[in-house]
Each structure stands twice: as C-alpha cells, then as structure tokens.
Design a protein around this ligand. Structure first.
Ligand SMILES: [Zn+2]
Length: 410
C-alpha cells in the first residue's frame, strides 16, 4: 500500500528544494533570506541547503561572522556553475545549433550542426546526437552532471507529449521528437515551440523580465507570435495559438502557405519582401523552400538595401505593428517584444516603431511597452531544460550521490 503521508512529505520537500534553488539563482543569498522568502523554519532551510551542498549544486562564499548564533546564517549561498549542465538544440530555418549552459545560466559552449535532409526527423535526431557527442567530448563536460536537454522547433509543438504535431517547413507531422532525442542521446528531453521558448526565456532573463504578460511577435520568413502570462505560454487547445501570420488583412498579389491571398504573411513577412523584390521565384509560399527563403532573407538583410527594398522592409514593419496592435486588444499584454530575422533591419525597425507610435488601440486598451530585440538568446532551448529538470521538483539528488559513490570507489 502507498504511504500517502510519506509520499506527500517527499513531494513537498522536492518542491521546497526547487524553490530554494530558484531563489538562490535569483540572488537570495543567505539562509535567513531563504527562510523569510519561503516561510520555512531555519532548520528546514538548513536541511535543504545541506542536501544541495552535498550534491555540489550550491556553495557558500565569504566567511561566516560567527560559528554559533544568528551570524552563521549570513554565509552567502551561490549556485555552483559546474554543478549541473543543460543542453539546448534549436531547429529552425535560420538556426540549427547546440548550446550547453552551466548551472549559473552561462553558455559553456555551442556548436552548429547540419543535416542535409531536415524533412527526415530521424536524420535530424542523428545529426543532433552526433554533434552533441563531439561537443561534449571536445569540451570535457562531466556527462553525469548533464540534467537534460531542451529542443525548440519552429512549428506546432505538443509540449506535454513531446510531439511536433506539425512543422510546415520541415514537413514533419506528429513526430515524437522528444522520445527520439531521448533514445538517441540518453538525456531527459523537453521540447517547445521556438517562439514560446524565446518568450519564456525573455520573461526570466531578457527584456520581458519584470512584466506581467508578453506578446512576442516575430518577423522572419513568415510572421508568428507567442503570448505568455507570468512566463507561461498560452498554447491553445491543439497547440496552434499564436499564428499571427495567418490573420486576415487585405487581398493582394501573393499567396500564403495556407492558400489564402489575404494573410498578414503576404504583406509583413520576410518572404513577402523577397517575393516583391524578385529575390525568389514565384508568388506562392512553398513550405519546402523555407530554407532557401531563409538564406535569401539573410543575404538581403546583410546588404545595404536599395531604396525600393528599404521601402518594402519599412512596409513589412508597419504592417506587423498594425497587426500587433490588433492582437493587443485581445490579449492585453504589458510588453510587446519584436524578434525575428528582420528585427536587425533598421528599415523594418523604423517602420514598426513609427506605426506602433501611431497605433491607438481604439483608446480602449492600455498600450504596452514595446521593445525590438535584435539578439534574442540562443540559449532559450537550454533554459527550457534548466526550468524543467533543475528548478523543478523533478530534480533528484540521488543521481549525484551515486556519482560520488562511484568516484569514491575509484
Ligand atoms: Zn496564411
């Protein structure tokens, strides 16, 4: 028979441990700070702190002022950077890259990986596993301290079941990506939609930190969005929330990947700029050509644009800003973050800023702050793993004591 009271004590302890770790990472540095923040007795806090120190996940810095009495609680606690590591893999038309973070959240190392046929999910998984092996070997990272891996995909992701239900440009449908990665790498895996992962990361460490809720809009080859409240993304009933690029604007001369000629994608995306400036063939978005679009867009953005192209980029920014203002009426965020390949274009950014400054939200909704983020962190995928397996009741300390036992045995 299951002992319910023993189980709930165990669960509660794991929960408290995860809160303690998060508070130490956020700068609550003494046992007294922790006891006050959580409302646990100092004995309870000391027990958790001792467990985390024995697992080499935290350290004390500075000297105690006193060996007995209240002063002994003033020793500063810090996350031990080499106490744990987290892997992140990003799979988008612009980036296929691995990143390894240490427990302090710093990038330890990173490495791009390539895969000839991204439409073959098994080939992508194999490319990730092979590159990861090379990276970990080259960097000499203690693999027993890797707590898990996060992977982000530009597509529709059923995060809870580890499925990529649809990723147009990859041609994937219902791919059990998490299970495949777990089998190939041996690590615990968490997967997420790329825009959601960047939004969650921005809430925790980036420009959206300190805000209540954030609408992230992206201008890449296509347009997309992610809305998160308190860092938790709104995924929708079938995980398809956030498809800002397919909202209806006005009929035009380009046809979106969905078959319509009136989607925002036809007037605000990087692909629409490429098509209008004749940098690509055809007037209809072809999902299978997304990687070519990404390459062409990257080239276009690296150039000094002609007056005509700069006009198209400004228009794209303006059109995305107008659609963003409409979405704010539905979602009422206090922060709008603009990301994506086009965010680096001064023309696109100016078009967005001017239109955003003019946007009135019908005078019925408070206008959120707005920031254009030209360098959203490449480590968002690895941070998913940090949240899922470190600042989480899923963290099991026994894995570290086993490692200690093995090393003691020689
Ligand atoms: Zn569409």
């Amino acid at each position: 028979m299951v002992n319910m009271s023993a189980m709930s004590t165990q669960t509660l302890r794991k929960y408290h441990r995860s809160v303690v770790l998060r508070l130490i990472a956020d700068g609550a540095t003494t046992r007294t700070d922790l006891a006050q923040a959580i409302g646990l007795s100092s004995m309870g806090i000391t027990r958790i702190v001792n467990e985390l120190m024995a697992a080499d996940l935290i350290v004390t810095r500075g000297k105690r002022t006193n060996d007995k009495g209240p002063g002994r609680h003033s020793a500063k606690l810090e996350i031990r950077p080499d106490g744990a590591f987290f892997i992140g893999a990003t799979v988008s038309a612009f980036t296929t890259e691995l990143v390894c973070l240490n427990a302090a959240g710093d990038i330890q190392c990173r490495m791009p990986f390539s895969c000839e046929d991204v439409s073959d999910a098994d080939a992508v998984v194999e490319a990730i596993a092979t590159a990861l092996k090379q990276l970990l070997m080259a960097e000499g990272i203690d693999q027993s301290r890797i707590l898990g891996m996060g992977a982000t995909v530009a597509g529709i992701v059923d995060q809870a079941n580890g499925l990529v239900t649809r990723a147009g440009y990859l041609g994937w449908e219902n791919v059990p990506f998490a299970a495949k990665l777990e089998q190939a790498t041996g690590f615990d895996i968490v997967i997420e939609n790329l825009a959601n992962a960047i939004n969650m990361f921005s809430h925790r460490f980036g420009l959206a930190n300190g805000y209540h809720s954030t609408l992230l809009v992206s201008g890449g080859t296509t347009c997309g969005s992610s809305f998160a409240q308190a860092g938790e993304p709104l995924r929708g009933h079938t995980f398809e929330a956030g498809q800002l690029g397919h909202t209806r604007v006005a009929s035009g001369d380009l046809v979106c990947s969905c078959g319509r000629d009136d989607c925002l994608n036809t007037i605000a995306s990087g692909w629409s700029v490429l098509a209008r400036s004749n940098r690509i063939k055809g007037r209809t978005f072809q999902g299978a050509h997304t990687n070519q679009y990404a390459v062409a867009l990257t080239e276009l953005l690296a150039e000094d644009p002609s007056e005509v192209v700069s006009g198209w980029l400004r228009d794209a920014g303006k059109n995305l800003a107008d659609a963003t203002a409409e979405a704010c009426l539905l979602l009422n965020p206090d922060m709008v973050l603009v990301v994506g390949a086009m965010a680096v274009s001064p023309d696109f950014a100016e078009g967005f800023r001017v239109a955003w400054a003019d946007a009135r939200l019908g005078d019925v909704s408070t206008k959120p702050n707005c920031e254009i983020d030209t360098a959203p962190d490449v480590a968002a995928a690895a941070h998913l793993a940090m949240d899922e397996f470190f600042f989480s009741p899923k963290l099991t300390l026994s894995r570290f004591s086993r490692a200690d036992a093995r090393s003691r045995l020689g």
